[in-house]
Design a protein around this ligand. Sequence first.
Ligand code: GAF
Length: 390
Amino acid sequence: MSKETLIQQTQGFFQERFKTEPQHVFLSPGRINIIGEHVDYNDGFVLPAAIDKYVCLTISSTDDTTCTIVAKDIEEEYTFNLQYSLHPVDQMWVNYLLGVLSQLKDKGFNLKGFNLAFSSTVPMGAGLSSSAALECGVAFAMNEMFSLELTKQDIALIGQKAEHTYVGVKCGIMDQFASVFGKENKVIKLDCNTLEYEYHNADFKDYSLLLLDSNVKHTHLTSGYNTRREEVEKGIAILKSHFPEVKNFRDYTEEQVESVKEELGDTVYRRCLFVVKEIQRVQDAVKAMDASDFKTLGTLMFETHNGLSENYEVSCEELDFLVDTVRNNDAVIGSRMMGGGFGGCTINLVKKGSEDEVIAQVSKAYKEKFTIELTAYKVAVSEGTHTYKK
Ligand code: GAF
């Protein structure tokens, strides 16, 4: 569905539900990540970009403190009053919004009531950060409507905290940052330690980005994710006890990790090794990208997948199969699972003009193996969260 159709349909839905036109329309995008997986919460570097898939929020303020929020795509709604404390509820989608609003209230902002209807073209559970898009979209909307004077960074951090406190995923900052700071045709090199960032051209010349959605979502995403965080925290504590002068994961060498292998234990050792290597890969990938050396970039993507699968253990049979299927296809020079893992998409660097042939090959093999239909997305790198002006 195009952006225009999404906007039109969401506006139409708002009009039908609330019997008036929405005063505001906001768009908040999903994200991809070229490389740098599971390192945002390890003070590493990441290379995400916003994409042309959006959560569209149509919204009008009201005269009191009552809010009605409607999720068009699942036909559910929820009403609450901003005068009272906002606690997490059973309807999971509601928590993304309440998590944001409760923080704004705690910061002392005087919010007014509103009616909101939203709809999304960011597929859910595909590792494209539909949740970050929604959280940042709501924070952005409140900022614009009620002149809260939040910075873009504030909005991203509020989105991340909503995920921690109301959703229960101890995520890093990458997804929310990419959603808010996204720029057309630019990837963001983000230093997750300092939150300094720079834009690099997302021009892959003869290649294009192709996402292949496994359409599986294993339930251990939340638990597996949080466990990985605990494991690396244990690892960094041990490393710091041996090398107190080294402050960050990015500053450790593989040799240093190797030297405390026994004390780390096999699992934590492999997690730490992945993190140290992945942080270095991002640095190498940026250089390769800037030099239009896409073969090297692609090789690094494959290496990332191997590490995520074997050492960080956040892949799954289906994702491994999708990557393995394209390994010997000359039209695909890089492929890896993307996002939190345990399902969702792979990101592929594919020779322009060969996308449909690759989709056909992988879909067929995937269906034969798992009896699951593959979904493919050809994505464009796009603008971050913004107001839609008619
Ligand atoms: C999820 C998280 F939300 C991000 O913060 C990041 O850690 C990612 O998984 C893995 O790189 O999308």
